[in-house]
Design a protein around this ligand. Structure first.
Ligand SMILES: *Cc1c(COP(=O)(O)O)cnc(C)c1O
Length: 215
């Protein structure tokens, strides 16, 4: 299937699940060349996700100058020493997960007079190899980012453990979002976006189901 057909099929499935929910599809373009992604850009889709600052810079800086409505989402772990570049290129950061990083992003976006939108990443399964804060740290961390640093935190993000039980985790993160009063939810990937939409995903991050297998 072509990229456009795959994209439209996913869009329709999301609509069928919940026509009222305006779920944004983030086309995760990591590892794919611009040549490969281009049909979707030409088609007019505006939201793309990358997980590495350097790769994102190479691929997107020139394009973003030409198409000012393009939005780029950082979905991978971000080290604070890359915050400056991240602020230059991204519009959304889904992986806010430490005070050090939050402070650095705050400082850098002031310098650049930018105001990015942020998701706090939660490590729902306390998995060592994954980023994200622990559930019991959420309230303090949210207050720190929101009240002290005045970052525009719009919701929570998670990559649930791969244990065949995504619904349990989607329910959990949706509850947490309600508890702290946030509206947006970044959950759902190629394998589970239909379920994620049932739990109120405002942003799904879909790579391989649109662009094909990654090497
Ligand atoms: C790669 C990636 C995705 C997309 O994964 P697919 O299974 O290809 O849809 C989503 N979220 C994050 C954080 C990723 O790193």
């Amino acid at each position: 299937m072509s990229i456009i057909n795959s994209f439209n099929k996913i869009k329709q499935e999301i609509k069928d699940n919940d026509p009222t929910l305006q779920t944004e599809i983030i086309a995760v373009s990591k590892t794919f060349s611009l040549e490969h992604i281009k049909p979707l850009i030409d088609y007019g889709h505006l939201h793309y996700g990358e997980n590495k600052v350097q790769e994102a810079e190479k691929k997107w800086i020139a394009l973003k100058k030409n198409i000012s409505s393009l939005k780029l989402h950082m979905i991978g772990q971000l080290q604070s020493n890359k915050a400056k570049k991240a602020v230059e290129i991204f519009d959304f950061i889904h992986s806010l997960d430490s005070e050090k990083l939050a402070k650095e992003l705050c400082k850098r976006q002031k310098e650049k007079e930018k105001n990015l939108k942020y998701f706090i990443q939660i490590n729902l399964g306390s998995e060592e190899q994954k980023g994200g804060i622990q559930i019991n740290e959420l309230k303090n961390f949210y207050n720190f980012c929101n009240k002290e640093l005045k970052l525009s935190v719009i919701g929570l993000m998670a990559i649930p453990p791969n244990d065949g039980n995504p619904e349990k985790y989607f329910q959990k993160i949706s509850d947490l979002n309600n508890e702290i009063g946030l509206k947006k939810l970044s959950i759902g990937m190629s394998n589970d976006y239909k379920l994620a939409v049932k739990y109120g995903a405002s942003h799904v991050r879909i790579g391989s189901a649109i662009f094909g297998k990654r090497n």
